[in-house]
Each structure stands twice: as C-alpha cells, then as structure tokens.
Design a protein around this ligand. Structure first.
Ligand code: FE2
Length: 191
C-alpha cells in the first residue's frame, strides 16, 4: 500500500464497514470488511497530469460543500476521497463516446482493486462522480453492486422506478438487473 495513504484507506474501509453494518446488515456480513486485509500496491507516477483528475477534484469539492450538515461519518468518507483523489486513476465508462454529454460528465475510479491504491482481498471498491444534471445510462452486468450515496441523487431499478436514497442511503443492484442513477442540480458522489 502507498504508505502515505495507509491511514486514509484503513479509516475509509472502517467507516464503510460501520456504515453498511447499520444500513444493510445482511449484505455486510457476506462482505466481511471488518476482517479484510489491505495489501500494498505500487503507485504509478503522479496522476496530476490526468485531466480527469482536475475535472473530478472540483466536482468532489462541490459535493463536499453540500455535506455541511450531513452525519460526520459521511463527511469523513467524502474527505478521505478528496485526500486520495489525486492518486486515483480516474476513467470513463468504456464505450460511452456515442453519448457525449454523459461521457463528459462522469468519472469512475477504483480505490480497492487491481486498478486501485490497494487491494483488499477480492473486494472491488470504487468511487463515482457525476456533474449536475447527468444520467448514467441504464445498464446491467453480472457483478452485483452495493453503493453508498454521498450526495443527494436518484437511482432507478425496474421495481422502484426513480427513487432517492438520500445522503448515506445504500443501493443494491442485483446481478444482471437493469439499473441507473442520475444527479439533479448538485453533483453525484457515491462509493
Ligand atoms: Fe452498474
């Protein structure tokens, strides 16, 4: 692990584990984040030349401003994301160039995983950032997903239509089920 971020990454994992334990105990039990081990990953050259970083930095800070009255654990998660943001390998969802608005307005980065700052056994944990008024196109994939919304946002699932989980709310997208998310007047930030 990049030793500079050992504290932030460890705390971030603890915060996520504690939050999910309360919000969605069943899913959390199978994740076993409390016993997961972080392992080192060599850090590549600074990502500061990555243009995606500069676009995300401003958006993350804008999302953090919206969290002034949010619970402390949520504010801390967002602040650790902000601290590590310049080392993350921000990328666009592949094959979205035919949707230029979406392509321009959203970014993903892996925190724990092969493309991340550390590995955490077989866990893949990432962060999604979207500018205001952006919709992530409906899609499906085999891996299931569990999100923590760190901003106001709306999410779509076939049985719920659009719904707002609220700041700190969790969203579970089962394997192969169609899903989507969108931001309104403020940026979307989610783990
Ligand atoms: Fe997805």
């Amino acid at each position: 692990m990049n030793m500079d971020f050992k504290f932030e990454l460890t705390r971030l994992l603890e915060l996520i584990d504690a939050h999910l334990r309360k919000a969605t105990p069943n899913a959390t039990q199978s994740l076993q984040l409390n016993t997961a081990r972080l392992s080192s990953k060599p850090i590549k050259d600074s990502r500061l030349e990555n243009q995606n970083f500069w676009a995300t930095k401003a958006t993350i800070e804008s999302a953090r401003k919206q969290l002034a009255s949010a619970p402390e654990n949520i504010r801390l998660m967002a602040s650790y994301i902000s601290v590590i943001a310049h080392e993350l390998d921000w990328y666009k969802k592949p094959n979205t160039v035919d949707d230029p608005e979406f392509h321009k307005n959203h970014f993903n980065a892996i925190i724990f995983g092969e493309r991340g700052l550390a590995t955490c056994e077989d866990l893949m944990l990432g962060v999604t950032v979207m500018h205001p008024h952006t919709m992530y196109p409906k899609h499906r994939h085999r891996p299931e997903e569990l999100y923590i919304a760190l901003s106001e946002s709306e999410w779509w699932q076939p049985n719920q239509n659009w719904f707002a989980p609220g700041v700190g709310g969790t969203v579970h997208n089962p394997s192969n089920s169609l899903h989507s998310m969108r931001s309104a007047g403020t940026p979307l930030l989610a783990l």
